[in-house]
Design a protein around this ligand. Structure first.
Ligand code: AP5
Length: 238
């Protein structure tokens, strides 16, 4: 079992950001990882990195992602297993967009035994009518900063406020692919949300249809409420 870090009164441990395409998983994960000093692990970003590097996985992922379909579980699980080997995951991480199927959730359960703290799953909820605008309006910097031409535009059109780089639109952020992504969410990922809701885990549902900072506050409050104190963990083991 991995030792707990010293002198910290808040240890988020493994956190899952769950929700439909565009609910704000990446936006919130980026804000919270800085605050809690644990990494964001986005399977979408990892797959896009593979695509950029023209790996075999990247080529397959490109084909499936451009149709809004899920990448096979074993390939995604292996990719996550590789990421978990990095030392920055030792005391927790924010998984963004993973798990997306029951098979992935069950595989993740086998990995979580390495952590003293139990997983906390946060489901961000946004009405579907809002999501299309979020998806088609999203622009991303090469470094992964997230903007939206409607709700969070850069100061200069098409340019990242922070590093001046050119903003890009994701290939799968079209209306047509969005509908396919929603179908995959309804068919496979909705069951994962029920899995965490009903399996005695630590689960919170947060309204994502409010300003970004209010969503962050709500998630922070949920994490604080659901977290395990190291002392109470020890007590419960005795
Ligand atoms: P992935 O990259 O994970 O996409 P997704 O789950 O569809 O989620 P998004 O990244 O689109 O949205 P988000 O919830 O992170 O929202 P964001 O914060 O950016 O996956 C892409 C593909 O990869 C999948 O389709 C699949 O093919 C494959 N894949 C990935 N993981 C996989 C897995 N585990 N298994 C199998 N295949 C996998 O925000 C969206 C926009 O809204 C932004 O413009 C943002 O500025 C804006 N916004 C955010 N919050 C607010 C707010 N509160 N108010 C107003 N605007 C907001």
């Amino acid at each position: 079992m991995k030792p707990l870090p010293n002198a910290s009164d808040f240890l988020p441990g493994p956190v899952l950001m769950l929700g439909a395409p565009g609910v704000g998983k990446g936006t919130q994960a980026q804000l919270l990882m800085a605050e809690f000093n644990i990494p964001q692990i986005s399977t979408g970003d990892l797959l896009r990195e593979h695509r950029k590097n023209h790996t075999k996985l990247g080529m397959l992922a490109d084909e499936l992602m451009s149709k809004g379909q899920l990448v096979p579980d074993d390939l995604v699980n292996d990719m996550v297993a590789e990421r978990f080997k990095q030392p920055d995951t030792e005391h927790g991480y924010i998984l963004d967009g993973y798990p997306r199927t029951i098979n992935q959730a069950e595989w993740l359960d086998t990995q979580l035994v390495a952590y003293l703290l139990p997983v906390v799953a946060v489901h961000i909820v946004v009405p579907q009518r809002v999501l299309l605008e979020r998806i088609t309006g999203r622009r991303i910097s090469p470094a992964g900063r997230i903007y939206n031409i409607y709700t969070n535009p850069p100061k200069v059109e098409g340019i990242c406020d922070i590093d001046g780089s050119k903003l890009e639109q994701r290939k799968d952020d079209t209306e047509e692919v969005f509908h396919e992504r929603m179908k995959a969410f309804d068919a496979k990922t909705a069951a994962v949300i029920d899995y965490y809701r009903t399996h005695g885990g630590r689960f919170a549902e947060v309204n994502g249809d409010q300003p970004v900072e209010d969503v962050t506050k709500a998630i922070r409050a949920a994490l604080l409420k659901l977290r395990h104190h190291p002392e109470s963990d020890k007590d419960s083991e005795q």
